[in-house]
Design a protein around this ligand. Structure first.
Ligand SMILES: C[S@@+](CC[C@H](N)C(=O)[O-])C[C@H]1O[C@@H](n2cnc3c(N)ncnc32)[C@H](O)[C@@H]1O
Length: 280
């Protein structure tokens, strides 16, 4: 079955509703590995105390929280996401303030009556099946001269934490990600990200790359945690493999991880992140 955009989004919503609590606990709330980017993003945008900011696809509110610490009562920040579970966590985790709010919105279809000074979007642009629609929407909701800040993961080879498992799994299960899903790697280079944002009508585009290190422990811990945290629809696909195939898969992943395995048997992955800033 080939997913259309609506089906893909529905699937994504249910996946994020399922994984949001563990995503928050394991990644977002603890500033692990690639989440060192949150501070960089906020820093690059030079947020002022009275700025109005929209944090698109805010998830559990990690960027929103950092922004709320930069502004005072003369500014405000709103986080928006399609996952109700993520929004619930974001509300609970951020202390309640009159100039901070969270709403349930789709990136391709949101509208606010007041335009923002800044719109941020961390680790989500690649999830929007129609990224151009989302970018045009950001532009519509931004003041003239307003800024956007977009963070994405680098291309798959630059993020071996993902590719070591994903490349191996797709050899065994070609439809691990359902056909019709957007390519999550499509903005993983400076030029592809820049071109997409330029097409969306933005100017003064700058893309910086950062490489963070992430240590997921030993190979056994890395693989065990993957199986423990993976979303249910993917787990279901993995469960179709027989014992022999599972063993072969594990060995293949172990091979992929070898270049990043240190003498003490722990893994250290480099993790490339691209941060784009641009102006309306
Ligand atoms: C990797 S998380 C990033 C969350 C947050 N920005 C952060 O840095 O922790 C991706 C988020 O994108 C959200 N998302 C995916 N598609 C979306 C859409 N079409 N509109 C709004 N949010 C979306 C998901 O629900 C999820 O919370």
């Amino acid at each position: 079955m080939k997913l259309n955009h609506t089906e893909y989004k529905q699937r994504n919503i249910s996946i994020w509703n399922e994984v949001a609590p563990r995503y928050h606990k394991r990644w977002a709330s603890v500033n692990q590995g690639p989440f060192a980017s949150t501070s960089k993003l906020v820093q690059l945008l030079d947020i002022q105390k009275d700025d109005s900011v929209f944090d698109l696809a805010c998830g559990t509110g990690v960027v929103t929280k950092k922004i709320s610490q930069k502004i005072d009562k003369s500014g405000f920040v709103i986080g928006g996401d399609t996952s109700v579970t993520a929004i619930k966590i974001a509300k609970k985790w951020n202390s309640s303030k009159s100039n901070l709010d969270f709403v349930n919105v789709d990136a391709e279809n949101f509208y606010f009556s007041k335009k923002f000074d800044i719109i941020t979007c961390q680790y989500a642009l690649f999830f929007f099946p129609n990224a151009q629609k989302a970018l045009r929407n950001m532009k519509k909701n931004l003041k003239k001269g307003g800024k956007i800040g977009i963070t994405v993961h680098g291309a798959s080879k630059k993020v071996p934490f993902f590719s070591s498992i994903f490349d191996a799994v797709t050899e065994f299960i070609p439809d691990y990600v359902p056909p019709g899903s957007p390519d999550l790697d499509r903005f993983g280079t400076k030029s592809s990200l820049k071109n997409e944002v330029k097409k969306g009508g933005f100017s003064k585009i700058s893309v910086k790359n950062f490489v963070f290190n992430f240590n997921p422990g030993s190979f056994e811990v890395y693989w065990r945690n993957y199986l423990r945290y993976v979303a249910k629809p993917l787990k279901k696909k993995l469960d179709t493999l027989n014992r022999e195939e599972r063993k072969e898969l594990k060995n293949l992943i172990k091979e992929n991880v070898k270049p990043y395995t240190k003498k003490n048997k722990t893994i250290e992955f480099p993790w490339e992140v691209l941060i784009l800033t641009a102006q309306n």
